[in-house]
Each structure stands twice: as C-alpha cells, then as structure tokens.
Design a protein. Structure first.
Lengths: 201, 230
C-alpha cells in the first residue's frame, strides 16, 4: 500500500466541493498550508470547515475565507481576521462558535468512537441553547456531540512512509486530535523518512 | 496627598493603568501554582512574578512552562503562545495536544485562571467574547477555563473607554460563564465577589479614594471599615 504522493495536487486530486474538512493549526503554527493552497487552486468550494480558527488575511484558512470557498465554519475564535468578521456580521458565512476545549474534545471523541460527552464549558451562555443540561455531583454540564469530517488535513514535523507522524512544539495543537477524525486523512510533513526510521516510542 | 500628586495619579496613561493591574495581579500567584494567563493585561503578569517564586504557566495551545518572549532573531516558528507571539519554553516544560491541554483545564489541574473582561456582574458572571452586531471574536478557550478553575481572576480597566462602568449589576453582553469569577482586579481596586451578590471592596489602588471607586462602579459595592491601598 502506497501512502506517499509526489505532490500536494496528487494527494488531493479526488477531494470534492461540498465536503466537510478538519484543518489542524493554531495561530500561525501547525497549519496544512500546502493542502489549503491546492484547495484554493482547484476551486474547491462549499466547504464545511472545522478548525480552531480561520487564519489571518492572506495566510492559512484566511485564503479560503477570502475566496468565499467556505460555506460553514465550526471554530472557537475568529478575531484578527477582519474580512471574516465582516462576512459573519453581514450573514455571508454561517459560523458555529464552539468553546476551544469543547471543540478539541468533540473531535477527539469523533476519532475515538464516542458519540457524545458532558462538559461544564458554556453552561448559562448562548452555547447552552438547545442542549441537554445535566447535573453531576451538584455541578451543571452540557451534552456535546462528537465531530468527524470527510477529510482531515494535518501538518506534522516528520512523517514516515507508513503514515506515522511526529509533531514539533506548539505546532502539535489540534493535529494529532484531528488525524483519527477524518474519513480520509492527508498529512503534510517537513521531512519524509522511510518506515522504521522513527522511534516507535 | 498633595494636589499635584493627585493630578499625577489621575493622569496615568492607559498603559500605566494596565501595569498597575499587572503588578497587583502578580501577588495572586504562589510558589508551585499552575496558572493560565489570558490575552491582554494578564500576559503582562509574567514580568512581575518575583524570581524566588516558581509559577508554571500553561498555554492552552499546548505548552506547560512558558518562558520569556523570544529575542528578535531567535524566534522558533513552532513555538508560540495563545496570543500567537513567539516565546520560549523553560527547562522542565512540555508540549501536548489541544485535547490534553483542555483535559488539564477541565480536570481542574490548573490552579489559577487570569483573564480579561468586558463586563463582570455582582454575582460573578463574566462577559468577554462578543458584542452583538458589532464585534465577534469568539470565546476561544475562555468558557472552558472559567467553567473549571477554582480561582478565576478577571483583570480589566474599571471603566470602558467611554467611561461606562464594567462592574455591573447584571451583564448586558452575552456571557462567557455564570457565577464563575472569584476576584476582579482593576486600575482602581481589588474586589471579591460576595457569594450572596455584590462586589466586596478589598483594596484600592494607591491614591484612589473610595468615593472614586463608588462613582466608577455600577454594581452593588460592599465597603468594609478598612480598605487598604495596594
């Protein structure tokens, strides 16, 4: 089985418009920027995008926001992207804002086969609207459901030809959480090594 | 206080006001605490923690043991804090995923959370993520942080730029968390949330009178007999 593609275009050749997609990254680190450039160049649109944030103008997911390729955004933070903020306030793009820890756990559960979980984050706020509230040992919790997607786009430091990945510094962030939650997961790495050369510990 | 000094106290620039808050915030952490600092005024605290105290700073993007900002030219593109600034990691620090980071936060393994605020109500509600129709930033990790930490300290200017009190009877803005704030530290005062409601005035900033604090506070203020300066 060959998991290695010569170019990002080859790896993404069968990605279709209208798909749901997970994108790793936090701030300017750990962003699958080559995959984003291919999606942009291929004119993929109507994307349901799940990511911690939507990038800054001119970088990362900010490029897909600017080209209006994103239909729906599920994220925790949209600050520092004025175009995005304007598109949301004008109603051009639908956004579901999710507390960051809840977002991470929804994706983790998606990849781990757990359909839902209770969390205290968001009790008494807009986030709680329409969700089951339950009390455990005197404290209130919300029922949150798992998230998966058609594709997960991941950025790692090193990867081997069998698809094992190693992350670096704070570029790890959402990447290892998202990798199991995509039906197809496409990773881009800074260094590709033969299987067997990464320490399995 | 001489009139000229009073004038000087009032004439603090916004930056100086924030430094007053940051210096006072540094007294809230003790040796061995694990602390999460939010964006804005809270990040200034790290400059004021005394060298003899070891505080472990957590960054929700997956780092325990935040060091100083990276020197120009020494930035590591794979090492940033939650404010997206290039930082360093201290010896003994570690990296982890976002899911593990929030397991630490939700699991109550972080002792103190210090974050900014737009409004705090007298029953401890916090609003700091959205102004309907005007501004959407998103809540980031704030809702997870305030829902779980035992000690939630809000650091903010006492009034907004147009002079409105940010310490209110009840929040007008969408909430980040309900009944979650334990203490508020502003450029004018330190106030604790009374479990039955109201802001207990614990300390006042140097040169600030109780009358000034009363005039700047919209919510119910509970004033003990003695209110020391900080």
């Amino acid at each position: 089985m060959n998991k290695v593609y010569a170019t990002a275009f080859d790896a993404l050749s069968d990605v279709k418009s209208g798909s749901s997609m997970l994108f790793g990254g936090f701030g300017l680190t750990g962003i699958p920027e080559n995959a984003i450039d291919v999606l942009l160049a291929a004119g993929i649109n109507e994307i349901t995008c799940i990511s911690n944030e939507a990038g800054i103008e001119g970088f990362g997911l900010g490029k897909l926001v600017a080209s209006r390729a994103i239909k729906k955004l599920i994220c925790s933070y949209v600050g520092e992207n004025h175009l995005l903020e304007a598109l949301i306030l004008e109603g051009h793009l639908s956004v579901e804002l999710v507390p960051q820890g809840t977002l991470a756990e929804r994706i983790r559960c998606g990849g781990a086969g757990i359909p839902a979980f209770y969390t205290p984050a968001g009790v008494g706020t807009e986030v709680a609207e329409g969700k089951e509230l339950r009390v455990f040992e005197g404290k209130k919790y919300l029922l949150e459901t798992a998230l998966t997607a058609d594709y997960a786009f991941i950025k790692a430091w090193k990867g081997d030809t069998d698809g094992n990945l190693i992350y670096k510094g704070t570029s790890q962030n959402f990447n290892p959480v998202m990798a199991p939650a995509g039906r197809i997961t496409i990773a881009e790495v800074e260094e590709l090594v033969p299987a067997g050369s990464l320490d399995p510990n | 206080m001489k009139p000229i000094e009073q004038f000087a106290a009032l004439a603090h620039s916004e930056d100086e006001q924030k430094e007053i808050i940051a210096r006072r915030l540094a007294k809230e952490v003790k040796d061995g605490d694990y602390v999460n600092l939010g964006i804005g005024i809270p990040t200034r605290v790290s400059n004021h923690i005394p060298a003899e105290i070891k505080v472990i700073l957590q960054s929700e993007n997956g780092l325990l043991g935040i060091g100083p900002l990276a020197e120009p030219g020494q930035e590591d593109p794979d090492l940033i804090n939650a404010s997206k600034r290039a930082i360093t990691i201290l010896p003994g620090g570690s990296f982890f995923s976002s899911a593990e980071s929030f397991a630490m936060i939700r699991g109550d393994h972080v002792d103190v959370t210090i974050l900014g605020g737009m409004e705090v109500s007298e029953n401890g509600d916090l609003a700091n993520w959205k102004i309907p129709g005007k501004m959407v930033k998103g809540m980031g990790g704030a809702m997870d942080l305030v829902a779980s930490a035992d000690k939630v300290i809000v650091a903010m200017l006492h009034q907004s730029s147009d002079g409105k009190s940010k310490l209110v009877a009840s929040c007008d803005l969408p909430l980040t968390g309900e009944r979650c704030v334990t203490r508020v530290i502003t450029n004018l005062a330190v106030l604790d949330i009374n479990p039955e409601g109201g802001f207990i005035l614990k300390e006042r900033a140097s040169g600030v009178s109780i009358e000034q604090i009363k005039a700047a506070t919209a919510g119910r203020l509970l004033i003990p007999d003695v209110v020391p300066e900080f």
